[in-house]
Design a protein around this ligand. Structure first.
Ligand code: RIB
Length: 312
């Protein structure tokens, strides 16, 4: 990599409790699952780990509970070489957790209990301000309070730092709080919740991206899962086709996409190539179980990229 990007994630960290079963239980029903996996997750943490595995220097700003999961999560960040100087443990609240249910086709359903993530406030961003000012990119998701997200977008803008907002999980927004971000990267569900428009076809995806641009976002990258991604700006829109893979667990694929995209772009690659590379990185993550533990190293990614000739 010609330039080592400096990437900050101001975001969540959870512990994922993933159950694999043949189907989801009906209301009132108990069924047997086939497998269970305990792993580190949280959209912010996952994006930080993806960015680190792709070769960036990564700085994490997060809050954890004073429980087993909190200490273990700090150690997990440190094991990847992520700067944890602003990952704080707080009393009186649990760490974030996410019970996750995965069906045989890899499709998942997630319940997030935000716990300590909800205590990450603008004051924490100010406390990390000097370090944040040295970053090339700040990445945000929706598992921390909206006031902190909005504050950080403005912080990034005032300091000339690239800002990527991933509005996950889906929540309605006040676009004026967020549209100073350089990239707004929702998936279909998130885009539907924000615009009120359906995203079942490419045509609908284009209309939805246009609606997001009309809310004042400069660049929209609409991720479409196994159908690829749509990169849209006021000047143009382009569909980036997916890389074919056999998915076993799609959990965290969106995070793999965002974290790796931030690195590829930060390293100076052209935007379209950064999207194509991030699409492959995310696709590869679906071929293994778990979230962070399914993310490929940069070397594994490059070898697959070469094998596939860099084309979907
Ligand atoms: O995007 C996947 C993540 O969503 C999981 O790791 C879970 O913790 C939830 O935040």
């Amino acid at each position: 990599m010609s330039k080592v990007p400096k990437i900050a994630v101001v975001g969540s960290a959870n512990v994922d409790l993933t159950t694999f079963s043949d189907r989801f239980p009906r209301p009132g029903e108990t069924i047997f699952g086939q497998k269970f996996d305990l792993g580190f997750g949280g959209k912010g943490a996952n994006q930080a780990v993806a960015a680190r595995l792709c070769g960036a220097d990564v700085f994490m700003v997060a809050k954890l509970g004073n429980d087993l999961f909190g200490e273990a999560t700090v150690k997990n960040f440190a094991s990847f070489g992520i700067d944890t100087s602003h990952v704080r443990i707080v009393n009186g609240v649990s760490s974030g957790v996410a019970p996750i249910f995965v069906e045989p086709n890899g499709q998942n359903r997630i319940i997030v209990v935000k716990g300590a993530n909800d205590t990450l406030k603008p004051a924490d961003v100010d406390a990390a301000g000097e370090a944040l000012k040295r970053m090339d990119t700040i990445v945000l998701q929706f598992e921390i309070p909206m006031e902190t997200i909005a504050y950080t977008v403005q912080f990034a803008k005032s300091n000339g730092i690239r800002c990527i907002v991933n509005p996950a999980p889906a929540q309605p927004i006040d676009p004026r709080q967020l549209n100073a971000a350089d990239y707004f990267i929702p998936n279909e569900t998130e885009a539907e919740v924000i615009t009120g428009l359906p995203v079942h076809s490419f045509d609908e995806a284009k209309k939805c991206a246009t609606a997001l641009l009309q809310l004042g976002f400069r660049k929209v990258l609409l991720t479409l899962g196994s159908r690829g991604a749509l990169l849209a700006s006021p000047e143009s829109s382009e569909l980036i086709p997916p890389f074919p893979v056999n998915p076993v667990d799609t959990t965290g694929a969106g995070d793999a996409f965002i974290g790796s995209f931030a690195v590829f772009l930060g390293a100076g690659l052209p935007e379209k190539e950064a999207v194509i590379r991030a699409s492959l990185y995310a696709a590869l993550s679906t071929t293994k179980v778990g979230t962070q533990k399914s993310f490929p190293t940069r070397a594994a990614f490059e070898s697959e990229w070469d094998k596939r000739g860099g084309t979907p």
